[in-house]
Design a binder for this molecule. Structure first.
Ligand code: B12
Length: 212
């Protein structure tokens, strides 16, 4: 029986050895355990964030937490995607973290899940300026754009990106915003078409947009 509380605690404590030991058990258990493990890891990251706000952890700890979380996501990736239909949908999407935001772990999880569901994902990386996104949308003739952001500030960059698309005459491109600060209110403010917190909802919405 996997102790997910212990996993959340290990992530919060930045205890790599315990994390690796528990994740090793998870991968032997399959998808449901992987979903629960991912939730536990995120809970651990919330603890890291709280300790950072309280001044107990510093930026170096955030960097290390990011490395641990990346490692965990890499270990869980295949188990999380187990059972998905990997047959190509023939649909290309662009995904990136918006300007002024360097967080990419959530984005990378969404990318892996989209690819596991047969989408071709063009990943523009982090801190992506609206002009870069508009250029890429034109070059690759994209109809679906996924914007990731974890900082509250990211909402401003998402709005700038939607405005830049409209200014370039690309109103027909569907935009989904995702990440911790995103909500229905943020969707309204930014002018995006949809919002999501989970890769699962993103896949559903993208399939509907692509008429799959
Ligand atoms: C690791 C980390 C970092 C690492 C990131 C490394 C990396 N490669 O990403 C580094 C060290 C770079 C970092 C830097 C900073 N960070 Co930081 N960081 C974190 C931490 C601890 C974990 C983030 C994480 O990876 N979580 C796990 C992943 C899986 O969760 P996620 O990113 O939220 O993604 C999930 C969802 O949001 C969603 N999602 C994400 N993207 C998308 C996209 C789509 C399309 C969809 C559908 C869903 C989706 O799906 C994912 C899976 O469920 C968080 C605390 C927290 N509670 O998350 C703080 C946190 C995000 N950071 C914070 C801060 C303040 C900073 C700094 C300003 C610190 C500083 N003083 O320098 C800088 C900012 C740098 C910048 N300009 O971006 C604050 C943000 C506060 C705010 N509301 O704006 C937080 C919340 C910590 C805190 N409580 O204070 N950070």
């Amino acid at each position: 029986m996997i102790n997910f509380e212990e996993l959340a605690q290990a992530m919060g404590d930045l205890d790599e050895d315990t994390m690796l030991k528990l994740l090793d058990q998870v991968t032997a258990e399959g998808k449901e355990a992987a979903d629960q493990a991912m939730a536990a890891c995120q809970k651990g990251m919330d603890t890291v964030g709280e300790l950072f706000e309280q001044g107990e952890y510093f930026v170096g700890d955030l960097i290390y937490a990011g490395e641990l979380m990346t490692q965990a996501a890499g270990i869980l990736k295949d188990a999380l995607a187990a059972g998905e239909s990997t047959e190509s949908t023939g649909t290309k999407v662009i995904l990136c973290t918006v300007k002024n935001d360097l967080h990419d772990i959530g984005k990378n999880i969404v990318k892996a899940m989209m690819e596991a569901n047969g989408f071709e994902v063009i990943d523009l990386g982090i801190d992506t300026a609206p002009e870069t996104i508009v250029e890429a949308v034109k070059t690759h003739q994209i109809k679906i754009l996924l914007l990731s952001g974890v900082l509250t500030l990211a909402i401003d960059s998402m709005k700038e990106t939607v405005d830049a698309l409209k200014a370039a005459g690309l109103e027909d491109v569907k935009v989904l915003i995702g990440g911790a600060p995103v909500s229905e209110n943020a969707r309204n403010v930014t002018g995006a078409d949809e919002w999501a917190q989970s890769p699962q909802k993103t896949i559903q919405v993208c399939k509907a947009w692509a008429n799959l």
